[in-house]
Design a protein around this ligand. Structure first.
Ligand SMILES: *[C@@H]1O[C@H](CO)[C@@H](O)[C@H](O)[C@H]1NC(C)=O
Ligand SMILES: *[C@@H]1O[C@H](CO)[C@@H](O)[C@H](O)[C@H]1NC(C)=O
Ligand SMILES: *[C@@H]1O[C@H](CO)[C@@H](O)[C@H](O)[C@H]1NC(C)=O
Length: 535
């Protein structure tokens, strides 16, 4: 693309992007049991994007495609309130790297086109030292009301992570604990007083032959203390073993720190965390089994009263990867049920340079190759279902109820008219339900309950005589996400969604066995909510 065209295009995008300002949360953040809260004690749910700044260029990606402020505004307008900004330890410990200019860093890698792109889109950044460019990105995020979590992703700039890359665990060739503490301290100090920096992820995805629980406690506690001493405002976020999949050792032994109210744990979960699983098994079986596994490895922490930040998850937004397509719906249910804080992998639509490839396309990116449009708008809509909190301390908190959450769409069940039919809509407009001991789904505060009709009459209705089997809804299959009932004429059916977004009942599908069958249209999760009702 020629420079003139590029510039006019950028101007157009800048006009199109609207700045959606939401109430500023009172920073700094702290923790209250499993919730992250602001200064007033109100829950702040982290709905973040990972923004890669740790690869060979040591520069936040995309600055060759869009002005940094356009990207920051875009993050906000897509409904995200924060960024997990990755950095390599060398940036904080190697002065000659930190003082290298952006231009020189790109020149060293032969990235001539990227230089031209940054000159056009971010002329004020191209000749900054790398550390100043990193700070400029954080400043832009802050100016646009986006919180930042600084994530020490690895030591040596480059793509991450393998078991044998020498960056994996304390004592590896590129992972000297003392250098790490020094680097963490440096970064924490540098951003002390920068209010939108709300947290630091101490180290991404510990892994490899050296990993062990004793060293985890020894060094993670030291790292956390060092960060807290240098910058008591930030949340200190600790990642687990085995690529941040495993925090199960915390079942038995707590972290011992001198401070309180700032400790958060982070976990990762991808489809490839469990290779050859999603695409070979029955989806209900797999989702049920892996969700249980996730509860044991990570999810139990919220029950212990710790915030859990699902700081990496993601999928191929083209929708062409069978495992990803299956996993992401199971993930959505898990994240909604636990009402987790999270960070999607990732913002970038493309990279300057990754793993030997110039201008690599990122199919996991929320933005497209040119950082212009969302790659997959329906995925963004789906994610919006978990961007707002369902629970947690809030001035407008109400008595608990259930929403009937549909992971496939990220939407919730609500009424089109007072007596139905029912449809899917935004969860902020959800109906409030009670799930009674008789397994009735009652509209909160009314006598109305959800009932099936005769088989072949697919629209369930709201009735007041709720004793019959057609008013009883069981959660069946291994995933427990099929809401099943019996029709007046005795057929077993499951709740489903038709092509007009109407809630219907259908023959239950894919309950077990069949590995080729996709159940997700019939997946519903009863999620606890105390969100104030707006309908
Ligand atoms: C520090 O960074 C410079 C510039 O990238 C590099 O040449 C040098 O090898 C690095 N030093 C260490 C000790 O990593
Ligand atoms: C926690 O650490 C302190 C020192 O920082 C130590 O005195 C104390 O015994 C430790 N507690 C436990 C339960 O390990
Ligand atoms: C609910 O959220 C959607 C965005 O997901 C928004 O467009 C809509 O205005 C919200 N509705 C209310 C009543 O706040």
């Amino acid at each position: 693309m020629g420079k003139v065209i590029l510039l006019s295009f950028v101007a157009l995008v800048a006009v199109l992007v609207t700045c959606q300002t939401k109430p500023v949360v009172g920073l700094p953040l702290s923790t209250n049991s499993r919730w992250i809260v602001d200064e007033r004690g109100q829950r702040v749910k982290l709905a973040c994007l990972n923004w890669v700044s740790h690869t060979n260029t040591v520069l936040a990606e995309g600055l060759n495609k869009q002005p940094v402020d356009v990207i920051s505004k875009r993050i906000r307008s897509m409904g995200f309130n924060c960024v997990r900004l990755t950095w390599p330890l060398d940036l904080a410990t190697n002065d000659s790297l930190a003082s290298l200019t952006v231009r020189k860093s790109l020149q060293n890698l032969g990235l001539i086109e990227s230089i031209a792109g940054i000159e056009a889109n971010n002329p004020s950044i191209i000749d900054l030292p790398l550390i100043k460019a990193f700070q400029a990105v954080v400043t832009s995020l802050g100016d646009n009301n986006v919180m930042a979590i600084l994530d020490n992703h690895l030591t040596k700039p480059g793509w991450c992570c393998s078991r044998t890359d020498g960056n994996g665990f304390f004592g590896d060739i590129y992972f000297d604990p003392n250098v790490w503490i020094k680097g963490l301290t440096h970064m924490a100090t540098l951003f002390n007083g920068v209010t939108n920096v709300v947290g630091m992820s101490l180290r991404n995805e510990l892994r490899g032959a050296r990993e062990n629980v004793d060293d985890w406690y020894k060094y993670m506690q030291r790292g956390a203390e060092a960060v807290h001493a240098a910058n008591p405002n930030v949340l200190t976020i600790l990642s687990g073993l085995n690529f941040d999949h495993d925090l199960s050792f915390l079942h038995n032994k707590q972290v011992n720190l001198t401070y309180t109210g700032k400790l958060v744990f982070e976990g990762h979960w991808y489809s490839f965390t469990d290779p050859n699983t999603w695409d070979t098994g029955n989806v209900n079986d797999v989702c049920g089994r892996l969700t249980k596994n996730m509860m044991n490895l990570q999810g139990f922490l919220v029950g212990q009263g710790w915030p859990l930040f699902m700081s990496e998850f993601g999928w191929d937004g083209r929708g062409t990867d069978l495992s990803d397509n299956r996993y992401i719906n199971c993930f959505m249910a898990y994240a909604a049920e636990l009402d987790l804080d999270w960070a999607l992998w990732e913002l970038a639509g493309s990279y300057y340079y990754r793993s030997g490839v110039i201008g690599l396309n990122e199919v996991y990116g929320i933005l497209d190759y040119n950082w212009c449009h969302t790659r997959n708008p329906s995925f963004l809509k789906k994610l919006s279902g978990i961007q707002s909190p369902f629970q947690g301390p809030s001035a407008s908190e109400t008595t608990p109820y259930k929403v009937i959450f549909h992971p496939l769409t990220g939407q919730c069940v609500l009424r089109k008219t007072p007596l139905g039919p029912l449809t899917l809509g935004p969860c902020n407009e959800s109906e409030a339900w009670n799930y009674t001991p008789e397994n009735n789904l009652r509209l909160k505060g009314t006598y109305f309950c959800l009932q099936t009709q005769e088989f072949g009459k697919p629209l369930p209705r709201l009735g007041v005589l709720c004793l019959g089997p057609n008013s009883k809804w069981d959660m069946i299959s291994d995933s427990k996400m099929h809401l099943s009932s019996t029709t007046i004429d005795g057929s077993v059916v499951c709740l489903d969604v038709d092509s007009n977004n109407n809630i219907v009942t259908n023959t239950c599908k894919c309950l077990s066995g069949d590995a080729k069958c996709e159940p997700a249209s019939q997946w519903f999760k009863l999620v606890d909510s105390t969100r104030s009702l707006i309908r």
